[in-house]
Each structure stands twice: as C-alpha cells, then as structure tokens.
Design a protein around this ligand. Structure first.
Ligand SMILES: Cc1ncc(COP(=O)(O)O)c(C=O)c1O
Length: 416
C-alpha cells in the first residue's frame, strides 16, 4: 500500500530559544538558487569567496577558513578528530553541557581526556586554566566560548597566550557566539575555531564554518593520507596515525578547498550559498554594529525581565550577549509556560539541561531575530502567560522597561 502525507506546512514560529533561530529571508533566497556542478568554475569561485568572507567573520588571516557539512557538531568533530590522535592528552574546562560534549567527542578520538569543572552559571578565571595546563600538559585545550546551556561566555583573550606558553593547541567552539559576540581568532591566538549557521549567523542548520591556523593545520597534515584511486603521483603520506574519519579528514578537505580541488565529498551546494549569504549580510552590517545590536537587545530583554520581578541566571559579568537565562518562578510550571507561549503566541523559548533542567528558561536574541520588535513581543507574551499562570507581576512594566533601554541616547541611531 502506498502511503502519502499532507504537504509540508509548518506553522509560523518566532524562535526565541538558544537556536536555531528564524532564518534571514535573503539566506532562504540564496538557498533556492540553481545547482552548479562542484567543479564548475562559477561554483569554485563561490567557494573561494566563501573562504574570503569567513576569514573576515572569524577575524583571521588563516588560509584554512571553510565549511564542514552538517550542523555545528561536525565542525567540532572534524577539528578534534583531525587534531587529536589516540592517546593524545586533551584538557577540557567544562562550565556547561557543551563542555561535556567536547569531552565526549575527545573520548571517541581515544584521547586521554582531562576535565576541570566550574559551577554552571560561572566561567573559569584564566589562572585556573593555566594551572590545569601546567598540571596536565595537554596537546590540546578544547574550550566552549558561549555555552548556551548556562548562557555563560568564557573570556578568551588570555587563553591563547597561555596555551602558546605551554605548547598546547587551543580549539574553541564558537557555535553560539560567532556573529553575535567578538571572536578574535588571530588577536587571541585561537588555533582552531568552529561554529554553526543557525544562531547569530541567521542561517539554517546544515553547515559549520571552521578556521585553522598554521599550528593546527601542521598538526593535521602530519596525519595526511589520501584515498586510493585519487592519490596524486609522488604523494608522501604524513608519518602520524591515519585520521579515523574519512568525512572529517581535514587534510583531505584542505585539498578539496584549495586549487588542487582533489575530489572529496560533494559540497552541499545550497548550504554553501547559505553560508556565503550569512557571512555577506553580517559583514555588510559590520561586526561592531552586529555585536552592539546583540548587546542592546540583551540589555533590553534583561531590563524587561527584571521589571517583571524575574531573576536573571548566572554571573552577570560573563553573560552571553545573545542568550539570557531566566530563573523560573517558584510555583510556576516552566514547561507549561513554554507550551502556552508556543500554542498561544507561536513563540518558542528554551528550557535547559542537567542541573538547570526545570530551573531556568533560556531566551535567545540571535542573528536575524535579534531585533527590538521581537524583544518586545516576547516580553509581552511572557508577561501575559505568567499572569495567566497566577504569577503576581506589575502588568505592563516589562515592555515599558525594554522600551526605555531602546530609547537611551546610546541606543539611538543603532539598527534595532
Ligand atoms: C555551544 C554549542 N556547541 C555545539 C552545539 C551543537 O550544535 P549542533 O546541534 O548544530 O550540532 C550547540 C548547539 O546548540 C551549542 O550551543
């Protein structure tokens, strides 16, 4: 029997969680452009342009700035799998769920994983990381920049220098911050960074921008092996162990993204168009302007939530500028509130994981969604929902407080 279903007709939603967020319509348009063959000169030009745009987004001169196909996790896996050989020691400072993810991926690389832990809602002082690097002598330090599970952002400015002093590589997961907060790859000596499109880059999940400096590229190239059948004449493999994954083998990806265009996978054409458009839109706005827009939305959202009498989660000095943790009021069923927001207003906000499950909501103001009207709509809807659930709130105060932030002289003249 043949079974068919109704045509796809997803309900319109305002995605105010920790990502994915609504996609910029210009990115959707780019995704619908005609297919090109992967070695068509027009397509390889788009590949080169994407690399040039990504270098600017990552604030780097790194030659190797390109895309790994898949969501954000494949970017992490490609970097860790290619940089970490079995038995290599990896240090992971864990301050939320995504630090645990880095440990898990490093374990699967059969690394000797050493983790240090900070309480969820805090980050690491640089001295604590240096102390651990001195003690464990890792080959690589793997660190999340903005951990969406706790809404905390780890300051990075000093960590690269620490790793250089102790001859360790530094990998940073900037999935949730790239495009919304400063990620200065070169200035901060970050050896390898990965991200995703579906958060502050205003795209859809399915492509992971990555960048690697020379130290990281050299480490990967020492493990370079090429598939039989396409090996160029005279090729000498690296003396390091073969990278366990074919798809995530960075030296083979270098060849694919360089002028030698050695065949690897079939590039995900529409996702490359999307990533190119995401980066182009962001750079047209300008990185400082985009970061300021995220800070402003976060300040307005925070003012509105506090005016409702809600407590903001985590160390105020280290909050991400694009996801805000809100402590769920005593006596309020957090999941029922989320459900009502979705059913009555079409608005999605996030819950959290592990020790924060049922304790906080996470409200994202990211990328294309990071705008005044969305902040106001979300606050108004949350207030109405909480009142319906019996919370005692000063009605109307939240939107008024957020509007006051948007009316300050500093906010004037900024894109909202
Ligand atoms: C900090 C961080 N790292 C990694 C990921 C995993 O990304 P993906 O689900 O796109 O594979 C996420 C997703 O929320 C994230 O926030």
């Amino acid at each position: 029997m043949i079974e068919t279903f109704e045509e796809l007709n997803p309900s319109p939603r305002l995605l105010m969680g920790p990502g994915p967020v609504n996609c910029d319509p210009r990115v959707l348009r780019a995704m619908s452009m005609p297919m090109l063959g992967q070695f068509d000169p027009e397509f390889t030009r788009y590949m080169n342009e994407t690399m040039a745009l990504l270098r600017q987004v990552f604030q780097t001169r790194n030659r190797w700035s390109f895309l790994v196909n898949g969501t954000a996790r494949p970017g992490i896996e490609a970097l860790l799998t290619s940089l970490v050989a079995p038995g290599d020691r990896v240090l992971v400072p864990v301050f939320g769920r995504f630090g645990h993810l880095l440990c898990e991926i490093a374990h699967r690389c059969r690394a000797d994983v050493r983790a240090i832990h900070a309480e969820w809602g805090t980050v690491f002082p640089p001295e604590r990381i240096e102390e651990a690097v001195r003690e464990h002598r890792p080959k690589l330090v793997a660190l999340v920049h903005g951990d969406t599970s706790t809404t905390m952002a780890q300051p990075l400015a000093e960590i690269g220098a620490i790793c250089r002093r102790h001859d360790a590589l530094l990998f940073v997961d900037a999935t949730a911050t790239l495009g919304g907060m400063d990620v200065r790859t070169d200035e901060w000596s970050l050896d390898a960074v990965s991200a995703g499109l579906q958060k502050c880059l205003s795209g859809r999940p399915g492509s992971s921008p990555v960048t690697l400096g020379e130290r990281a590229a050299d480490a990967a190239n020492r493990r370079k092996h090429i598939e039989e059948g396409i090996t160029p004449e005279g090729f000498q493999p690296g003396d390091g162990p073969v990278i366990q994954s074919n798809y995530f083998d960075l030296p083979m990806l270098f060849d694919y993204w360089s002028e030698s265009r050695l065949n690897h996978h079939t590039e995900a054409t529409s996702m490359l168009y999307a990533a190119r458009e995401c980066a182009r839109i962001l750079l047209k706005e300008g990185l400082p302007a985009a970061f300021a827009r995220h800070r402003l939305a976060s300040a307005a959202l925070t003012a509105g939530l506090e005016a409702m009498g809600l407590e903001i989660f985590g160390d105020a000095r280290h909050r991400m500028a694009n996801v805000t943790g809100v402590v769920i009021l005593d006596g309020i069923d957090g999941e029922a509130v989320r459900r009502d927001l979705l059913e009555n207003f079409g608005i999605e906000i996030g819950s959290s994981f592990g020790p924060l499950k049922g304790r906080i909501w996470r409200i994202g103001t990211m990328g294309y969604n990071c705008r005044k009207q969305n902040v106001l709509i979300c606050l108004g809807a949350l207030e109405a929902t909480l009142l319906r659930h019996g919370a005692h709130l000063p009605a109307g105060a939240a939107v008024r407080a957020a509007l006051a932030v948007y009316s300050t002289p500093e906010a004037q003249g900024r894109a909202h």
